[in-house]
Design a protein around this ligand. Structure first.
Ligand code: HSE
Length: 432
């Protein structure tokens, strides 16, 4: 084994960074044996230098991250500060100064992955980011490497633990969204400002990364259609149950049937209880991959948290250190297919629509005509007269697969019918 250590610098020492430092220290001998050289923590850039950081020598702490990445003797930079800047500048500066980078930064990768890959390649360095998507779950490497010989057609996952916790609570306890969010906040799953999670921004960044890798094309955050889950109601769960379904916030990346384009989207959807993703409870993540030769694969595990995310970071650290010793590089960007990303309107899916309608002759025919006029075929219709009724009934229509634009056009037209008193819920149905 080489005795000269590989030098590692940490940018950020919060929940994840402190776990990375701890495992690097406590598992130093194993890591050295696996890599073929010892790894040395050579510097830690933080915002609050006065905070006590157990197990980290005070002389390693600095507030000058720029100076750290410019030192020139650092082999690998581990970036766990998140956000676009200053992370982007620090990472590109690190490449310029001869360091490879392990990052957990989904927002930056989703927004600027191509530029980062280009900078890594220009300077002969690695860019690894297993921790950016679904925490501890090995997913980026399986997609980039293990499945590199296959053709992936679909990636559908629960990639946000906070929202899965909230939806699971609503499902199991009958709670409304606000009540379930309060519980998630009290238990530390939801942040004080939960917007990034509940509005689907976090999942959309992960969808962009997954779609890009899966389809060997460039997909940016702006290409991802996004709907949050704040409008999901207890009534939606009741409807889902009647259909033998539950509701999940899904990130779905698909290759079009003709293979000529891809789509990426995040929205709540009903999925059958028989689908493997339906059984993903609490704050767990899971990603279901459909590949031409491999068939269906499911990746499951903790998607967040200090130690699970550190596990993914350390796996990348070992890989990048091995590459350094071998004077080789791991896979770079693979975007050769250059497939266009289609808009949500072109996605082909199914809808579950719950309407409050006048309970009188001809209404069903009127509603059915609107579907027919938009080229949307109805799969099932269930009507129930309401006790509180005043001559109203609930009408639940589930469609066959149709372009999303046709489905939303149908709903718009239904809203204009005098006999439709309200559209109680609209939910896409996936996973059948
Ligand atoms: N906030 C994310 C989640 C974890 O709830 O899954 C980090 O991406």
């Amino acid at each position: 084994m080489r005795t000269r250590p590989l030098k590692v610098a940490l940018l950020g020492c919060g929940v994840v960074g402190s776990e990375v430092a701890r495992i690097m220290t406590t598992h130093a001998d194993d890591l050295a044996a696996r890599i073929g050289a010892p790894v040395e923590l050579a510097g830690v850039a933080v915002r609050r230098p006065d905070k006590v950081r157990e197990g980290i020598a005070p002389e390693l702490i600095t507030t000058d991250a720029t100076a750290l990445v410019k030192r020139g003797d650092i082999d690998v930079i581990v970036e766990v500060i998140g956000g676009v800047e200053p992370a982007r500048t620090l990472i590109t500066t690190a490449f310029e100064h001869g360091a490879s980078v392990v990052s957990a930064n989904k927002a930056l990768l989703a927004q600027d992955g191509a530029a980062l890959y280009a900078a890594a390649e220009e300077h002969g360095q690695d860019l690894y980011y297993e921790a950016a998507v679904a925490g501890a779950i090995p997913l980026v490497r399986p997609l980039r490497e293990s499945l590199a010989g296959d053709k992936i057609n679909r990636v559908m996952g629960i990639v946000n633990g906070t929202t899965n916790f909230i939806l699971d609570k609503m499902d199991t306890s009958g709670a409304g969204y606000s009540e379930a969010l309060d519980e998630a906040t009290a238990l530390g799953y939801a942040e004080a400002d939960p917007t990034a999670d509940v509005e689907g921004f976090d999942a959309a960044a992960k969808a962009a990364i997954l779609a890009g890798i899966a389809f060997h094309t460039r997909v940016r955050l702006d290409d991802v259609y996004r709907e949050g889950m704040t409008e999901v109601t207890a009534a939606d769960f009741a409807s889902a149950k009647q259909m033998g379904c539950t509701i999940k916030l899904l990130a779905i990346c698909e290759r079009a049937a003709d293979g000529g384009s891809v789509t990426a989207r995040v929205h709540p959807a009903m999925i059958p209880l028989s689908h493997p993703l339906a059984s993903v409870r609490e704050a767990y993540n899971a990603v279901f991959v459909e590949a031409e030769a491999a068939g269906q694969l499911m990746f499951y595990g903790p998607g967040a948290g200090g130690a699970p995310t550190a596990s993914a970071v350390l796996g990348d650290l070992v890989a990048v250190c091995r590459n350094k010793l071998n004077e080789a590089n791991g896979p770079g960007e693979s975007a050769y297919t250059q497939l266009p990303v289609s808009s949500m309107g072109e996605v082909v899916t199914r809808y579950h629509i719950s309407l409050d309608v006048a309970d009188k002759p001809g209404v069903l025919a009127q509603v059915a005509t609107v579907f027919a006029e938009h080229g949307v075929s109805i799969d099932t219709v269930r009507q129930q007269g309401r006790q509180d009724g005043f001559g109203e009934a609930s009408l639940v229509v589930v469609t066959h697969r149709a372009p999303d634009a046709a489905l939303s056009g149908t709903v718009e037209a239904l809203r204009k019918l005098d006999t439709v008193r309200g559209v109680a819920s609209i939910m896409r149905v996936e996973g059948e």
